[in-house]
Design a protein around this ligand. Structure first.
Ligand SMILES: [Fe+2]
Length: 206
């Protein structure tokens, strides 16, 4: 489906430009997180197509562009902030995909996936959401903790754990870190997220 030379070139161009932007991010975990989200995507679905791989690589691209990124302080609600971040990343990716001449159908799919990657809603977007969410626990958490401290990281972990699918929650819960306090933090986050999910019946429905 994506076999022609021009298509392969446009995909390579898009991935190369995304990497160039993300590698300049001032958020230290961004480059590793982008690659690691692709790795998790392919672990969860070895047949994940190029649109999914591009979306995984670029889903957080707005964080890498200081002049354009949405600011947490501008949003009272964390979910509203995340929705704005997702849309802004999709808009930036659209510009890159246009520059590289990526096929319109693939562009639309990448745009759609990235716009919805925080919340999911269909099997493909849910897959991207799961890869992104588990990657936070795999590679982001230690650096996030260094910057933001216990309380904020605990809140972020609870939010991230609730966002995971039922099949990926045990994977996150079994992560282990070099720093003992991070293992304690994870255990606390999993406990609190599970307790609040039981209270509102979320785990029963999963
Ligand atoms: Fe992400």
């Amino acid at each position: 489906m994506y076999g022609s030379a021009a298509t392969v070139d446009s995909i390579d161009c898009t991935k190369g430009k995304i990497r160039a932007v993300v590698n300049r991010s001032l958020v230290p975990e961004d480059p590793r997180h982008a690659e690691n989200t692709v790795e998790w995507l392919l672990k969860l679905d070895p047949d994940a197509d190029e649109a999914l791989q591009i979306a995984a690589l670029g889903h957080d691209i707005d964080r890498a562009i200081e002049a354009r990124k949405v600011q947490r302080a501008d949003f009272g609600d964390y979910d509203a902030f995340k929705a704005a971040h997702a849309r802004n990343s999709a808009i930036i990716l659209k510009e890159i995909m246009d520059t590289c001449g990526l096929a319109p159908g693939m562009q639309e799919e990448v745009y759609r996936l990235v716009c919805n990657h925080e919340v999911g809603g269909d099997p493909r977007t849910d897959l991207l959401k799961d890869a992104d969410a588990i990657s936070y626990f795999d590679v982001n958490l230690p650096l996030y903790y260094e910057r933001n401290g216990w309380e904020e990281t605990l809140r972020r972990c609870e939010w991230g754990y609730r966002r995971l699918s039922a099949r990926m929650r045990p994977v996150a819960a079994n992560m282990s870190y070099d720093q003992p306090e991070l293992n304690a933090l994870l255990e606390r986050a999993v406990g609190e997220a599970s307790a609040s999910a039981l209270n509102d019946g979320v785990l029963k429905r999963d």
